[in-house]
Design a protein around this ligand. Structure first.
Ligand code: SAM
Length: 537
């Protein structure tokens, strides 16, 4: 009775929940929105869902990972772990015209903000059905939009930073800003990013259930990476849009219970979604394909990431309704965490969307700009006399056009690292431009020239020259980082803030990746050279 009176009193006083965010982001264990949130497992069961008796929520041994799901006893392979009834996932069906109009202004690639609007609306609503879930969400996120400017600089990697320089050309008055006292959304310092490393572009995410990846944000094919600065700028602009849309609304029409929404709360919502939402199959089209619907899946989103997952998400279409299941993909041992694969992503995306980086990530890569003058310099540094990357012959230009490295709308971003090691287009260009005669090159199709496993298609000397050029390119790329790995290690030993630690780890991983590429190519050069020597002898 007393309790219900208190609830009534607070309802009548506010009719809303505060949308403010904490002061700083931290890579350490994130506090939840409220100190003692409701028991999520109990809530899912109460709502008709299933949670395996051995599935528990627990703090992970590595505190920076936060909470996770853990098996309290051995679980056999194939067991159902969690089943959510159709009404539990949170998706963005807007019943509110102001929110629908705002959602239409969000660019497609920043879709997380659309679902974020819905999340904010539910967060503000007293009595929201999803409050038991929302109150369990982290209060802060350790992703770069919340990094202080210093730690954005600490990333030292232009693809994440470069957008700033492009933006600098358009406007000089925006350098950095902080949103009230809540969090600083840093626009980047504009002067010191690397010259040759490019920002960009289309990254493929693995598609969903068909390949077994049950990841938050999975299956974003042709995803154009919103870089840190682009996201910050969007949040700033969208903050104005939202304020404008909320002006003079009657209290009953206000989607956030009369509260102001600022870039900070928008950033919180976008980060909550980008780090936790899943893309699931939606409606089926006539051609049998499905559209992908981003959803927040309470409890399931307590699973952390591993490239060797022991759990998987499965969608089951029942009579008219959708059931979402997590099943044990392997046998799970007592005390093991339940882990899903968020996707075969590079560290840029892990950092931007999820706020962590993976050491020795096999999908991590660095992006470079294909640039004739730079390649000439690299080639000469590698001891190759008079390379002609800046002045290719017409037949070589033709090959470059076919590789989309020349022509009207060339895509000059090329990458090193990841499963391919050297992007095929770069390898083919190097092989063709270091070739002595057109005839030898024309004997091979483009796919062979692009393939690293096609061993020395244009001869050993050509292959060695191509690899040496890439190794020299790696040396130049390494030289663009203002710090060495040893410096980074000693900075980490000194103890730094959570965001500085993440930024340092991120750049260390990029440098290690470059060194790994160099080592791999050096091994290949040695093996080719000895084969060449044997052939001559
Ligand atoms: C879907 S949530 C998982 C639950 C989350 N740990 C929590 O405390 O609510 C994704 C977030 O968990 C953390 N995380 C997941 N997998 C991780 C990993 N392998 N390494 C570090 N952090 C991880 C990151 O903060 C990420 O943004």
């Amino acid at each position: 009775m007393v309790a219900s009176k208190i609830v009534m009193a607070s309802l009548s006083l506010t009719h809303r929940r505060a949308l403010t965010c904490a002061v700083t982001a931290s890579a350490a264990y994130p506090a939840r929105l409220v100190p003692h949130p409701p028991d999520l497992i109990k809530w899912v069961r109460k709502e008709g869902g299933f949670v395996h008796q051995a599935v528990k929520i627990a703090q992970q041994h590595d505190e920076t990972i936060g909470l996770g799901l853990v098996a309290s006893e051995d679980i056999p392979k194939g067991s159902d772990l969690i089943a959510l009834p159709h009404h539990i996932p949170l998706s963005f069906e807007f019943d509110h015209s102001v929110l629908s109009n705002l959602a239409r202004k969000v660019p497609e690639e920043l879709w997380a903000m659309k679902l974020g609007l819905k999340l904010l609306q539910e967060r503000a609503k007293v009595g929201s059905f999803w409050w038991p879930y929302i109150s369990n969400l982290p209060e802060t996120y350790s992703i770069p939009i919340f990094f202080p400017g210093e730690d954005i600089r600490n990333l030292q990697y232009a693809p994440l930073l470069h957008q700033a320089r492009q933006e600098a050309g358009k406007s000089t008055q925006i350098q950095s800003f902080s949103v009230q006292r809540i969090c600083s959304l840093a626009l980047l310092p504009l002067q010191n990013s690397c010259v040759m490393l490019l920002p960009i572009v289309q990254r493929k995410r693995m598609s969903s259930s068909s390949n077994g990846n049950s990841s938050p944000l999975k299956s974003r094919v042709e995803y154009r990476t919103p870089l840190v600065n682009k996201r910050c700028r969007f949040l700033l602009d969208f903050d104005h849009e939202v304020r404008h849309a909320l002006e003079n609304l009657k209290p009953d029409d206000h989607p956030f219970g009369g509260q102001n929404v600022d870039a900070s709360s928008l950033g919180w919502a976008m980060s909550a979604v980008s780090s936790r939402a899943f893309r699931l199959h939606g409606k089926k089209f006539l051609d049998g394909t499905h559209n992908n619907v981003p959803m927040m899946l309470p409890l399931i989103d307590m699973c952390n990431h591993s490239f060797n997952p022991n759990s998987q998400i499965v969608q089951e279409q029942g009579a008219g309704s959708l059931k979402i299941l997590v099943v044990a993909e392997t046998a799970i041992k007592q005390n093991d965490p339940l882990v899903l694969n968020y996707g075969c992503l590079n560290n840029d995306l892990f950092l931007l969307d999820y706020g962590f980086v993976i050491p020795s990530n096999p999908y991590d890569c660095i992006e470079l700009k294909y640039d004739g003058a730079l390649l000439d310099a690299a080639s000469m540094a590698a001891g190759i006399s008079s390379p002609n990357f800046s002045a290719p012959a017409p037949w070589q230009k033709e090959i470059l056009s076919q590789l989309n490295l020349e022509g009207e709308a060339p895509i000059l971003k090329v990458s090193l690292g990841g499963p391919e090691l050297v992007e095929g287009r770069l390898l083919a260009a190097l092989r063709a431009l270091l070739a002595i005669d057109m005839e030898t090159v024309h004997k091979h199709d483009l796919n062979t020239l692009k393939s690293l496993s096609a061993e020395a298609p244009l001869g050993i000397a050509n292959e060695v020259a191509a690899f040496r050029t890439i190794i020299a390119l790696c040396v130049i790329a390494l030289g663009h980082f203002p710090t060495k790995i040893m410096d980074d290690e000693s900075l980490l030993k000194q103890g730094v803030s959570g965001s500085t630690e993440l930024a340092i780890q991120f750049r260390m991983q990029k440098k290690s990746l470059i060194i790994d590429v160099m080592r791999n190519l050096t091994r290949r050069v040695k093996s080719l050279s000895s084969k060449g020597a044997t052939a001559q002898g």
